[in-house]
Design a protein around this ligand. Structure first.
Ligand SMILES: CC(C)(COP(=O)(O)OP(=O)(O)OC[C@H]1O[C@@H](n2cnc3c(N)ncnc32)[C@H](O)[C@@H]1OP(=O)(O)O)[C@@H](O)C(=O)NCCC(=O)NCCS
Length: 259
């Protein structure tokens, strides 16, 4: 039940938000059991200092959304889930990658993946860009920026491969990066994509995404999934133009733990 998100507006002072997700097995769903477990989690969250509880459900789920509303939750945010099928479109996507490489070269942007010898200074650059851009993701309760060591540990978790982190550089400055997570089982998914503010709108995010997509094709993957807040117009537009097909989205519910 991690928490550590702050909401800078609307309430006096930062709001601590706790994630309290309960999943009932299909066919054995009980609103009473759901409510009981959730109450235990809310109590624990509150005693740990949380002000609000957040829970997530798929918009096409026929149990959890109603069960959350019955427990006093309201919709906070809606995001779109997407899948990009690679098989049929691999030639088209590789051509788009090649065109994007040329376009980037013309504006002085070099794209490359990291390698196993990545020095700490490179990780520090990546961390700096993550810290600068995470607050730009539309959200009600913005993610707290993790300390460098915690962030670095996440970048070395299973499923994250250094040579699958794609970066864009102008001279010696990092301007964008993206990476996919390759779990041992299940879908390859986008973990994060970011472009430094003064370099946005130049096609750099699309170009680095195309590199990671091309690499996934070459690694024999069949599809990539991703999930984006409905207010994140730029990334929704990029995904749509890359041919991602939308799936039922994720709805985040919120409940105040005050009183
Ligand atoms: C999302 C983000 C990575 C985009 O980076 P970028 O380098 O500017 O993206 P690109 O230039 O490749 O493409 C942006 C596209 O979105 C379009 N766009 C930008 N703002 C838009 C808006 N408000 N509505 C619709 N389209 C928009 C641009 O016109 C461009 O499309 P085009 O090339 O077809 O004209 C960048 O805004 C960012 O770092 N945001 C913060 C982190 C984040 O939200 N990451 C995504 C979630 S993981």
């Amino acid at each position: 039940m991690p928490f550590g998100r702050d909401q800078p507006t609307g309430l006096t002072g930062p709001v601590k938000a706790a994630n309290v997700n309960v999943r009932m097995i299909p066919g054995r769903q009980s609103t009473q059991d759901f409510a009981w477990i959730l109450t235990q989690m809310e109590t624990a969250a509150k005693s740990s200092g949380a002000d609000v509880a957040l829970a997530v459900a798929r918009e096409d789920d026929d149990f959890h959304p109603g069960a959350l509303v019955a427990c006093g939750y309201r919709v906070d945010r809606v995001s779109r889930s997407w899948r990009l099928e690679l098989g049929d479109r691999s030639a088209e996507l590789r051509l788009a990658r090649s065109n994007a490489r040329d376009a980037m070269a013309q504006i002085g942007i070099e794209i490359r993946s990291l390698d196993d010898t990545a020095h700490e200074s490179i990780w520090r650059e990546l961390y700096g860009l993550a810290a600068e851009t995470l607050p730009d993701i539309p959200s009600t309760f913005s993610e707290a920026i993790p300390p460098f060591e915690d962030w670095l540990a996440r970048m070395h978790e299973p499923g994250v491969f250094v040579d699958r982190i794609w970066t864009a550089w102008r001279d010696d400055s990092l301007v964008a990066y993206t990476y996919l997570v390759y779990p041992a089982v299940g879908d390859v998914s986008t973990a994060y994509t970011a472009t430094r503010k003064q370099f946005r709108g130049l096609g750099i995010a699309r170009a680095v995404k195309l590199e990671s997509i091309g690499q996934a094709i070459e690694l024999g993957k069949h599809s990539i999934t991703t999930n984006n807040d409905l207010e994140n117009a730029a990334i929704l537009h990029i995904n749509s133009t890359l041919g991602y097909q939308s799936l039922p989205g994720l709805v985040t519910y919120v409940k105040s733990l005050a009183s």
